[in-house]
Ligand binder design. Structure first.
Ligand SMILES: [Zn+2]
Ligand SMILES: [Zn+2]
Length: 326
């Protein structure tokens, strides 16, 4: 009897402790790339912010081309559930090929740096963004087929790139013998280059028709797992890869321990799910049906990441784990 009571008391203590543990982290919806009338967007910053606020976003980076849209007069309510992080799309090119990088959490304007090759142009801008105290994100590599994992694998001090920039010109999927963005990602990861994949909408068009050929907001974003909604907490989480990239699929949780990689989907109505665990050279390590899947590390994978495919056609990708490096 005594033993039973002890067990009961212990489990009650554990149960009481659990909710506070669960509250330590929350998922925040955010977009790291969009435009206003300060560059080639069609709306004022306040209208753009309003759109994201009205659609359940928790944070937003306005990234106008070679222009800092200052947030200090725009983020008027410090206590609401919405955070603005200042940014710029450092918009450069090499011999006519676009080389664009976002500077996340930029405090001041960063001038495009140019370079003697695509790789050098990328690196010079990465370096300038870091020197200015901001965080670099490589944008839309497949737009006009600008560069691939070949160039990106040579870069230093950058860990974020746009896996899914849903602008209609971004060429996200493999076709015609060209690599899709997941192929580009696997190309880098297979060379042991740690890169985290961002989804963004790169929205320009908030007015008029919402149509596939227009650059509208809302169909690609990241979900960030952070302790609180502050610039520091969100930026730290993004830099640590504590987020997933989604084109609409939502997860209850995703994490990995020493032994396994866990994906837990928040199912949409009666949608069906295939969860694929992917390793070196893009090989399928395991394919699971249903909204929950675990992959047990075997030890010989270089990396493990997951793709969640929903019967609606929507997908999400989670960040790579390098099981033997942790
Ligand atoms: Zn761009
Ligand atoms: Zn852009």
């Amino acid at each position: 009897m005594m033993k039973k009571i002890t067990v009961f008391v212990l489990s009650a203590v554990v149960l009481l402790a659990l909710p506070s543990l669960a509250q330590e982290f929350k998922w925040y919806k955010g977009n790291t790339h969009c435009h206003t009338l300060n560059s080639d967007g069609d709306s004022y910053p306040r209208q753009v912010i309003r759109w994201y606020k009205d659609h359940g976003y928790n944070f937003l980076v306005i990234s106008d081309h070679n222009f800092i849209t200052e947030i200090k007069y725009l983020d008027t309510d410090p206590n609401d559930d919405f955070l603005l992080i200042q940014g710029e799309e450092v918009t450069d090119s090499y011999k006519g090929t676009p080389v664009h990088l976002n500077a996340l959490n930029a405090v001041k304007y960063i001038e495009p740096q140019h370079g003697g090759s695509i790789t050098e142009t990328l690196q010079n801008n990465v370096d300038a963004i870091l020197l200015a105290g901001a965080v670099p994100q490589i944008n839309h590599p497949n737009w006009r087929w600008s560069f691939t994992d070949k160039e990106m694998s040579q870069l230093k001090n950058v860990k974020l790139f746009e896996l899914f920039n849903v602008h209609p010109d971004s060429n996200l999927f493999a076709a015609g013998g060209r690599p899709g963005m997941e192929d580009v990602w696997d190309g880098m990861l297979s060379r042991s280059i740690l890169m985290y994949g961002i989804a963004s909408d790169d929205a320009h068009h908030f007015l008029g028709e919402f149509a596939p050929a227009r650059s509208n907001p809302g169909s690609g974003w990241i979900m960030v797992k952070a302790r609180e909604l502050s610039t520091e907490a969100i930026m730290n989480a993004i830099e640590q890869g504590e987020f997933y990239a989604t084109l609409g699929v939502l997860l209850k949780d995703v994490y990995h321990t020493e032994d396994k990689y866990v994906v837990d989907v928040a199912p949409y109505k009666d949608a069906a799910y295939t969860i694929t665990f992917i390793g070196k050279d893009g090989c399928t390590l395991q394919e699971s049906y249903g909204s929950y899947a675990e992959y047990l590390f075997k030890g010989d994978e270089l990396y493990v990441r997951a793709r969640i495919f929903e019967s609606s056609g929507r997908i999400a990708c989670t960040q790579p784990a390098f099981p033997n490096k942790d």
